[in-house]
Design a binder for this molecule. Structure first.
Ligand code: KG4
Length: 342
């Protein structure tokens, strides 16, 4: 029997990207992302500026997503939005828009958890492209600017966090080390780019000793700061002269910490399907280091395309589609939330 077609509009405004996407069932028809450049000069996201920029971007971004998808606004069956975690002012823009849209079009409203959406990005299909999604259960390493978690994914919405950071997230470690080197925000992609020209073994940074499957990155950031500060005393041009090696070495250490814990998690749960999600999962060295390890240990590995790793509304639309199938709808009085709930 042919599956009924469902068209979902997804909205993502949890941090500094205003994004809207359209999916038809689990296939993405459009995914528009407007990055907010206003934060670059501050070395991090300024919440109030993010809210203001979302306010300006939301209508043009949704309009473009609908046009790019080649559909009419009247074809949309439901609107899904990120409920949290994230910046409250930023989330309010997306949730208010979605609520208004749902009322105006008389269609269901669907609240999506940002972290679940990052995991479900592994189920995004694109028109005319073959796509292999992980079978359940699988382990997902979710690494972004605000989170570093290892999750057992039992089902689309049955997820259990078995490890997480006790201080900074992996993306924060990338961004803060980049800032120490005077690189622009977000630092992760810049470190990724420069690392290609450096040696991962040029500088050694000791890895934190953290119990269980948890992570810690704040000590590593301090160790990096002290190394740079001490070396600058001997050579004022130290950063400039060693930029590529510094990038490559800190990148290798962060990735090594992540991979080590993921492998322990795989061994202790006996789950041999591994996936990575979130902005840091776009890191090219993390992908190659993990591929090497997975090949050696016989694990099946799943990546999303980099455009679906960093914040995007395609993952919100897909998560919305899975919720739509189960009729998991939200009420107009639902409120955005800042902190993690999974
Ligand atoms: O998932 P995301 O777009 O936003 C949330 O935090 O939810 O993740 C942003 C984080 C930033 O810390 C950024 O530096 C990092 O992901 N990132 C990367 C790369 N691309 C983005 N880190 C390392 N290598 C990359 N290629």
């Amino acid at each position: 029997m042919k599956q009924k077609e469902t068209i979902i509009l997804g909205i993502e405004t949890s941090c500094d990207d205003t994004s809207a996407a359209i999916c038809k069932n689990d296939t993405i028809l459009s995914n528009v992302i407007s990055n907010q450049e206003v934060h670059n000069q501050y070395g991090g996201v300024v919440p109030e500026l993010a809210s203001r920029a979302h306010q300006q971007n939301i209508i043009p971004v949704v309009d473009k997503a609908i046009k790019d998808a080649g559909i009419s606004v009247n074809n949309i069956n439901a609107v899904a939005f990120t409920g949290g975690p994230g910046l409250i002012g930023a989330l309010l823009v997306g949730s208010s828009f979605a609520k208004g849209f749902s009322l105006a079009k008389n269609i269901p409203l669907i609240e999506v958890d940002h972290l679940q959406a990052h995991v479900l990005a592994h189920f995004i299909k694109e028109t005319s492209e073959w796509h292999k999604s992980p079978l359940f259960p699988f382990l997902c390493l979710l690494v972004s600017g605000g989170n570093s978690q290892i999750i057992i994914v039992e089902d689309y919405f049955n997820m259990k966090v078995i490890g997480q950071t006790i201080d900074d997230a992996a993306g924060e470690a990338y961004d803060k080390c980049a800032k120490i080197m005077g690189l622009p925000y977000p630092g992760g992609p810049v470190i990724d780019k420069f690392s290609i020209y450096g040696s991962p073994n040029a500088f050694k940074f000791s890895k934190p000793k953290v119990d269980n499957l948890n992570f810690s990155f704040s000590g590593l950031k301090t160790a990096f700061l002290y190394t740079v500060r001490d070396k600058i005393k001997e050579d004022a041009q130290f950063i400039k002269n060693n930029l590529f090696d510094l990038c490559s070495s800190i990148q290798f250490t962060i990735n090594d910490i992540l991979i080590e814990k993921l492998v322990i998690a795989a061994k202790s749960t006996n789950i041999n399907r591994l996936a990575i999600s979130g902005g840091v999962s776009a890191n090219s060295a993390l992908r190659s280091q993990l591929t090497e390890k997975a090949n050696k240990l016989g694990y099946e590995l799943f990546f999303t395309k980099p455009k679906f790793s960093t914040d995007n509304a395609a993952m919100v639309a897909i998560a919305g589609y899975f919720k739509y199938r189960k009729k998991k709808f939200a009420e107009q009085n639902c409120t955005p939330y800042a902190r993690n709930i999974i």
